[in-house]
Design a binder for this molecule. Structure first.
Ligand code: HEC
Ligand code: HEC
Ligand code: HEC
Length: 399
């Protein structure tokens, strides 16, 4: 037995010495050739393995612990490296949290759950499983969450944000995610359902004053309100009293991906052409808000805005907004949206999107491309405050 052991040891030692001599003699190139041959065999072997169909791809068995560790490790390293130097904007704003919450309910809850149902039944059978986010948010900085939500995660089923142009919406989602861990079930429901109430189905269509299309109570009212006034914070635009043609064309533009929004594009894509018309007519027929929005800013900003709206800014070649948007007594082309009574923050956001060529829009949106890039941020704010301060579209005759 001992004899045999010695023979084996001697053989191994001789073989190793042979390899060493060989390496020293033939040096680098031979070794490289062996290595290349080894890699080629592995590649062909891997391909044959895959071709034979023996490699299991089933989600039902989960990952091995080592695979799981490696994937988590690479994810953390990749996210950390790609967010170096990124700075998050101020996220502690109720309007951002509200917008993010609505978007979470529509785009994420089916996989990541809610306080009432943290483990959605179907998603729990994915590999990897979508985690219940309140328990993992603490592992990430806001910038890292932004990166994950904007780009998604390859090979996991975690999708990228539906619109590449809307970083502002992704930050709204991050603002909501920061608040998510502290939300109780009823708080979450109030945030995402608005007037639809804590049950989410509290309002029966029969209770509405005028007959509404079904989607209003099951979907749109969550964000735009049953009254179409947009829930008060400027997170969602008011639709009440808006031109029906403009509303309809805008929904079509979202559905075709020609107006960019990771929130409205998937919603509009789920509507039929007839439903869009019905919804546009319904919201257009609702009364605008009866009192103007409370605006803290000074009367002088509104006055500066009035001048821009009514006279334009000739030195910057900016046309008068009223020519297309009103207010005025001349009936206007129904493709031009009315802006009166709309939230100032929403108007500024849209002007900014036009300026940076991120808004898209209907076939008439090019008209704004000759306007928005020529206005400064202060002027945008002023003119938006002016429009927000007006009640109805016809209450201010042209001078
Ligand atoms: C189709 C299912 C699916 C949808 C929809 C989805 N996710 Fe995910 N998400 C996943 C999966 C699966 C993972 C786990 C990836 C992993 O373990 O590496 C994940 C991971 C994440 C993570 C990282 C969590 C962690 O700690 O690793 C965040 C943050 C996240 N998702 C946010 C969102 C947000 C916000 C939305 C909605 C805009 C969303 N997800 C929509 C499936 C989904
Ligand atoms: C999860 C929240 C949410 C839901 C639900 C929702 N919307 Fe919206 N909607 C938004 C946001 C946010 C915007 C602004 C998007 C942008 O910046 O382009 C918007 C914009 C719009 C616009 C463009 C308004 C304008 O002045 O240009 C229309 C039209 C619209 N929504 C119709 C609807 C209809 C109809 C439904 C129901 C089928 C609906 N929305 C459901 C959040 C929502
Ligand atoms: C030549 C006509 C024209 C003029 C002048 C004009 N606009 Fe517009 N504007 C449009 C059109 C058309 C749209 C709708 C774009 C679309 O359909 O997507 C629009 C859209 C907008 C929107 C987005 C509304 C929403 O609900 O999303 C804002 C905000 C806006 N304009 C502000 C202004 C301001 C401020 C001025 C003046 C400085 C101005 N516009 C001048 C034609 C005009």
């Amino acid at each position: 037995m001992r004899q045999l052991g010695r023979i084996v040891m001697q053989t191994v030692a001789a073989a190793l010495a042979g390899v060493r001599r060989h390496f020293l003699k033939h040096k680098f190139w031979t070794t490289t050739r062996y290595f290349a041959a080894f890699m080629a065999v592995m590649t062909v072997g891997g391909f044959l393995g895959a071709a034979s169909g023996i490699i299991p791809i089933k989600a039902s068995s989960g990952h091995w612990a080592i695979t799981q560790w490696f994937l988590q490790f690479s994810k953390q390293r990749s996210v950390a490296t790609h967010t170096l130097g990124m700075e998050s904007p101020g996220l502690d704003q109720p309007a951002l949290v509200l917008k993010g919450a609505g978007a979470y309910e529509m785009n994420c809850r089916a996989c990541h759950g809610s306080p009432a149902a943290p483990s959605p039944r179907v998603a729990q059978h994915m590999t990897p499983r979508p985690p219940y986010l309140p328990s993992t948010i603490g592992n990430w900085d806001p910038e890292e969450l932004f990166y994950i939500v904007k780009h998604g995660i390859k090979f996991t089923g975690m999708p990228a944000w539906p619109s590449r142009q809307r970083d502002d919406e992704v930050w709204a989602m991050v603002a909501f995610l920061q608040r998510f861990p502290s939300l109780k079930d009823d708080e979450y429901r109030r945030l995402v359902n608005g007037e639809l109430g804590v049950s989410g189905e509290a309002v029966s269509i029969d209770d509405l004053e005028r007959p509404a299309p079904r989607a209003v109570a099951t979907n749109c009212a969550r964000c735009h309100g049953l009254d179409g006034l947009g829930r008060g914070l400027g997170a969602f635009p008011g639709l009440a009293g808006q031109q029906a043609t403009y509303l309809n064309l805008s929904m079509q533009a979202y559905a075709k991906g020609e107006r960019h929004s990771g929130i409205m594009e998937p919603i509009a894509a789920g509507l039929t052409v007839d439903e869009m018309w019905e919804l546009a007519r319904y919201y257009s027929g609702l009364p605008k808000r009866s009192s103007s929005l409370a605006i803290p800013e000074s009367a002088s900003a509104i006055e500066r805005g009035r001048l821009i709206a009514q006279e334009g800014i000739p030195s910057q070649r900016v046309p008068a907004c009223v020519a297309c948007h009103g207010p005025g007594e001349i009936p206007r082309n129904p493709i031009y949206p009315t802006l009166t009574g709309q939230y100032a923050d929403y108007l500024v956001l849209q002007l900014d999107l036009f300026k940076n060529e991120n808004r898209g829009g209907t076939a008439h949106a090019h008209l704004m491309r000759a306007v928005a890039p020529r206005i400064t941020p202060e002027q945008m704010r002023d003119v938006a405050l002016y429009y927000a301060s007006l009640e109805s579209n016809y209450d201010l005759p042209l001078p």
